[in-house]
Design a protein. Sequence first.
Lengths: 724, 730
Amino acid sequence: MSAVRSIAALRRAIALSALVLGAAAPVVAQQPIKPLSLAAYLDMESVSDPQLSPDGQRIVYSRRWVDKMNDRYQSSIWIMNADGTRNRFLMDGSSPRWSPDGTRIAFVAAGSPRGRQIWIRWMDEEGATSQITRLLESPSSIEWSPDGKTIAFQAFVPESLDSSWRIPLPERPEGARWTANPIIEDRLNFRADGSGWSPRGHQHLFVVSAEGGTPRRLTDGSWDHTAARWMPDGRSLVFQSLRTPDAEWAWRESTIYSVDVASGAIRQLLNRKGPFTAPVPSPDGRLIAFGGHDWVDAHYWENEIYVMNSDGSNVRAIARELGQEPEVAAWAPDASGVYLNVSVRGAQNVWFAPVQGEARAVTTGQHMLSLGTMSGTTVLGMREAPHEPGSIVSFDVRRPADVRTLYASNASLLADVKLGEVEEFWYRSVDNLNVQGWIVKPPDFDRARRYPLMLQIHGCARGMYNFGFDFAAQEHAANGYVVVYTNPRGSSGYGSEFGNQTYHAFPSKDYDDLMAGVDTVIGRGYIDQRNLFVHGSSGGGVLTGWIVGHTQRFTAAAARAMVSDWMSWVGTVDDARWYRETFAKYPWEDPTEHLKRSPLMYVGNVTTPTLVLTGELDLRTPISQAEEFYRALKMRKVPTAMVRMADAYHGHTNPPSNFLRVQLLLRNWFERYAVGGPRVDTNGDGLAAAPSLGPVNERAASLDPDSDVPGPRGVECVVKSNTQ
Amino acid sequence: MTPRRAAAAAFAVAVALACPAAAQQARRPLSLDMYLEWESVQDPQLSPDGRQIVYTRSFVDPVNDRSQAALWIMNADGSRNRFLVDGSSPRWSPDGTRIAFLAPGNPRGRQIFVRWMDDEGAVSQVTRGLEAPSELEWSPDGRSIAFVTLVPEPLDRFWQLNLPGRPEGARWTAPPLIEDRLNYRRDGVGWTPRGFQHLFVVSADGGTPRQVTQGSFQPTSRTQTRESAGVTMARWMPDGRSMVFVSLLVDEAQYTWRESTVYSVDVASGAVRQLLDRRGPFENPVPSPDGRLIAFQGYEWTDAHYRENELYVMNRDGSNVRTIARELGQVLDNVIWAPDGSGLYFNASMKGAQNVWFAPLSGEPRAVTTGAHMLGMSTNAGILAVGTRSAPQLPGSIVTFDLKRGDEVRTLYFANATLLRDTKLGDVEELWYRSVGDLDVQGWIVKPPDFDPAKRYPLMLQIHGCARGMYNFGFDFGAQEHAANGYVVLYTNPRGSSGYGSRFGDEVYQAFPGKDYDDLIAGVDTLIGRGYVDERNLFVQGASGGGILTAWIVGHTNKFTAAVARSMVADWVSWVGTVDDTRWYFETFAKLPWEDPSGHLERSPLMYAGNVTTPTMVMTGELDLTAPISQAEEFYRALKIRKVPTAMVRLTDSYHNQGARPSNFMRGQLYMRNWFERFMVGEKPATNGAMQQARLEGFDGRRDSAVTRTLADDLASMDAGPTRTECVAQ
């Protein structure tokens, strides 16, 4: 019944390429093979943002690793030759960008007086490095001007709360230590997950000389201005904003503007309602490519790729239905079209959309392959695959099948590790919908045995599980679980119609899709049906809460970063626009749908032992949502516990030690209720010296503002919004 | 009602005259900075020989932004009033030679101290436990002191994780907080430690305390301090061999609601026996002087919103339970046996006044004192009783009176007398009016100091917390300070309030908010009928239950010019999972949201946000655990989505009681008027001089959202603050 598409051939190819990569760590095949250990997470590194020099000779990129002492991720900039040789550290910092003539690199690094600043490094033998901004608010999104003399960037410009809020508080005595003033808030959206309370103010565009000096602000008003790119003549920048009154209330609206660098005059180029984003000028400056779609009240709508003349006229779509947000990665040097990074059906590949004609795939394969930068016909990019955590690759667009791996991260770490097999499968769900999923098996999988099954559910109804490497799933598999993840209706990458199946209907039949996936895997005969477990985070936490309210088939469940009550969510979620993605009406207009789709309303049916786990700082699905579900289960005396992750926002597997804790806590909970047999073997790491739980009530929240980047796997989603 | 009002006014004049030569001085209105000098008195304890009074004085520490308390002593005639020792909860030993009290000590937190009341005055710390003791009780022979304290229990060890790869000296993020209890935090305290309160006994000469009760249990008594859970209200039997106490020694007691009963424990063996076998919130056992009877209060279990306690007596073995008083207010306070065992004295709060009553073992209860005031007896020695009194223009004083002749009340010490001598307070007028259902409702009007009935004043309606609160004849600094700034302040006790009988209080059974709204609006209309209110400038504010009603009001009428909903609940559905104590929920709803959400929706202010046009500020303490700030966020966001003028004020270091920090009390006063005066029509009321000179300050647009400071130790609540209207979960 399940239309399984075997990927054995591809897997062999990947395994082979892994061996080839492994050549750096010689005689891999002869090493003792062990399963992935949780401790290996602390040694995992990742690579990102490769940038090819304009002459195509050199590559700078970012490497990130775990700082085991300080429990955070750290990154720095490395450099290598275009053939992968002479791979070496260059400097601390991030976002390296070559100057157009290749003589310099601009990058962002910590500087005075505080925060991050823009730096320039000359790429000659002297290697002089100069800090060129000294701003109070950290700059970001740096863009070299075409002549290499100026750098455009975006930075926050604070605005202050209206002084009418001052009150005549009686004089305080000298040296008084009074409690701090209250926070007064009068904005619609006033905090953001991952950063906390949002400072008052907006993002503006600036330019600064590449030789340093005073930055000049280009934009004005109380709006955010983002995604700026230079026009090739160097006279203006195009950018994304929504410069209208009450922009704060708008939903899925942003458009394209240009600003004249000399005069600061701003002109709206595109006059359409919808989320139009990320303009990219063609090399000859005649055209501008961008993404988006006309305004629609859908749950999910795939962006189209448009081009327009540089004055905003003659807007036409050149690609559509290529995943949620195909990214315009580069124009062809001859301006004949744009290269896109396209994510569909769990795989990412490079596509080409000509200005005239049909879009076509440039690369194919079951991997996550993306184009980073181009020089001539040479593409520099990144690739990830089920057993390949992340590599820097290059290929020629004329010979896309010939992808060269320049640097494979974690190759030596994984050289003597036996990973679980990852099997793609397709199955049929209700309404005859075909759904894609993956099965991760224990390393020494024996199909004659029966394994506990762990269903994991992706975040955000619009997420997409994919062919990327999944440390968390592999580590659960290494502990004896068959891990299943699928992309139920509502997921990205299967077309607007599939994605929009959850239009005003999340959760609903996505539940059926998940159950059909579990049934399919059970049908394979190697699942111990007494031991079915389910967990998920964010949207996956909502579905986990929903599942235990709709079936008693699972042995235990863990709902992470969940929403249990849509009514209370509207007022507590960080960004009010999230709400519009899920509901047509507000609770005070008509609460029916909110109740009908809230896991809390089905708690009366729950018998499954259910753990709720949320980051204490979560602002997307605030911990009050977990408290509501936890308390309801507790009142009904259903086995439950609430785990509140310290220092964690919505992505509660950050900082790194929290990733380790979540992996262990999930199995800790599941194994309390596992039926039969000995407890599945837990690896053996760190059995000695179990750290205590620590004082429960006296914990100082020490939030490290520098810890960036979430954990391993990107199934997060973004609100389709006005600006960022 | 008119004679009553006249009596109140006459009393106010009498009180004002008691502040000497007040009339002759140049008088200025009350100013907000006076709050920093405010003092209050509590808990006077008469020595067994009736000669000395030890009492607690609280004052504002204007440097450290908190209230502080110390023990003072004076002779029973009010002379030789002087500082005794830092500490609280003083209790005379039965022979009057010593005082036991609580004060900070070694190794941490509060400890029990004993002070000899002789010329030497030696003070000894008699406990050194890790957990703070409370509820001190001297044994009848004066050799031991009983107390209760927390016995911690650890979290199940199966939760320990074998976290790999942590290097020596690493600074990793803290472990998660893991919770598996039904109720796990408490407003005013924060996260509650795991464990239960048990009864201990320690020698009055110091030594190792002995744990008397054992086990894991949690009572649900309604007037126990919300800080305790386990054994509470323990009292010695006169033979000194056993104690009676309140608890609920059943499995899963935390799931019960309004259930507690009376037990006795043999102090030597620890053997516990249940004396009372009735279901209901029974509490506060008081043995008779001869040990033959035990008085207690409570009522048979009911799901009513409000039910007034009955006073019972039973034989010491629990037999022959009979009621000796009923319908004398919600809770009878400070129940004390007459020395001859003929009946019980207690404080009863009714119709906005508190007085001392006597209930004989047979016969009808009768009032010992009368008057439009808040008079509370705390101890007696024979027929001499000592207590405190507060009245509309009298912030709080220590008084004595004769239990035989309650009309002769002597004031020994007036708090704030000097501070108020040059201050002209606003007149406080009691008011009765008729509301829907022909219900008579009591209220009070506080007028600006130079009130002129020919002028028209902005009106500020303030609404009490907790449907069961009771505004009263006590002094209200908050209202007086608003009145000093030109507002006519109105507060009333709508249906559901305490002190008007079980039936009146239960009018909001499964109906809060409901017709209490009509009662409030009828009060406003009554006052408008007086002709001195500027109808263009009607304002409303309230905290807790009053915050809910404020939000309800703006969803049901557009008559108010602006509103401030403080510490509100906007959404009953989300409240069930976020309120500190699940028992709150049962007081308001028969069903849980997942059983039937219709009542919750119907009574949630959020559901009426679509009707709101009144500019409405929401103000909540960031640490509030009773009406968590997520409730304020829900209402704020709804108004903001609808583009109704609104702002959210998040008070720092504040639990549900927003005024616990003196600076936050002042900020609350000022932000309310700041908001109202943005929308005020016509001339704004003059603020008084002291305020205009004050430095302007007061807001942060941004702060780190992680709030870390804990308040548990320095939030002694100030009785001097606005009228106390808090309520406790039954």
